[in-house]
Design a protein around this ligand. Structure first.
Ligand code: ADP
Ligand code: MG
Length: 287
């Protein structure tokens, strides 16, 4: 098996309880999810609010137990809890709110916290911290207080903290949702480069269509099921279906993709009108 993630008919049900703890209903948050991720791939999971994305992410980090079906992470079976620690070393998770992930008062200590926790020797921790901070472009801030950083910079520090644990896979669960457009772009560019240069598997979870452009493969979830899958271009072309799942494609992104399909040499990562205008102007020699 050469998949780093292998989910088969994965089901997750949450019990709803009243004040006394009696079960009063069941929420089927994952309803038979099957997908495989090859080591080194960059995949995106798209879906509107409540579609089951975070529930799926939590399974990948052994934070929940499958109700039905099977899930293997790095060849380890999730759900029997004997490999939970190894699974969490294999898959690092970056969450939505950057403020909840900052633990220390100095950036470099924050990045060193994860490796220290998993027992990495002290000398090696500092090497890893420096390397990870350089990798996300935040080394110049290593002695600063994380509180002074922007949201996008904090998320890059959080990514450095994960990288310093040397996981094989990184999951970003809506990690850009609270950032401004510049911060979002910096985080997506960072993660895309880490995927290409370090070969780390990336699972990007988002409800922003334009963020999935750089992914190798996209899964669209709705009501706990994978409803669509394909390359970003294949997915973007099915805009009618996407709207059914409460997702919409920005016009500028669609146009850039169509132009590229016609052989026009535009960058792959155009996210909005202004970037499309700038790129076309540059091609036309007007910039
Ligand atoms: P997403 O991340 O795509 O917004 P979630 O995985 O958070 O979706 O939620 C999927 C479904 O499961 C939603 O209907 C949500 O209300 C429900 N859900 C999530 N967490 C819990 C929980 N702890 N208890 C009960 N229901 C939950
Ligand atoms: Mg979520």
């Amino acid at each position: 098996m050469d998949s780093i993630i292998d989910a088969k008919d994965l089901v997750h049900e949450y019990s709803r309880r009243d004040e006394e703890g009696n079960v009063i209903g069941i929420n089927r948050a994952l309803d038979g999810v099957s997908l495989q991720v090859k080591e080194g791939d960059f995949i995106a999971v798209l879906g509107a609010n409540g579609s089951g994305k975070s529930t799926f992410a939590k399974h990948l980090n052994a934070l929940l137990t499958p109700t039905e079906g099977t899930l293997y992470v790095g060849g380890m079976k999730c759900g029997d809890h004997s490999s939970d620690l190894e699974i969490r070393k294999t898959v690092g998770m970056v969450f939505q709110n950057p403020d909840n992930q900052i633990i220390a008062n100095v950036v470099e200590e924050d990045v060193g916290f994860g490796p220290e926790n998993i027992g990495v020797p002290t000398d090696e921790i500092w090497m890893r911290v420096e390397e990870a901070l350089k990798n996300v472009g935040m080394y110049e801030y290593h002695l600063d207080s994380p509180n002074k950083l922007s949201g996008g910079q904090k998320q890059r520090v959080a990514i450095a903290g994960i990288l310093a644990m040397k996981p094989r896979c990184i999951i970003l669960d809506e990690s850009t949702a609270m950032l401004d457009p510049g911060g979002r772009k910096a985080v997506i560019d960072t993660i895309s480069r880490i995927n290409k240069e370090e070969g780390i598997t990336v699972i990007l979870i988002t409800h922003y269509m334009e963020e999935v452009i750089q992914a190798d493969h996209v899964y669209v979830m709705d009501a706990g099921k994978v409803m669509m899958e394909g390359s970003p271009r294949e997915i973007f072309a099915r805009s009618g279906e996407l709207e059914k799942y409460r997702l919409s494609v920005l016009e500028a992104v669609k146009i850039a993709m169509l132009l590229r399909a016609d052989g026009i040499d535009l960058p792959r990562d155009i996210l909005n009108e202004q970037e499309l205008v700038d790129a076309v102007a540059e091609l036309a020699g007007k910039k």
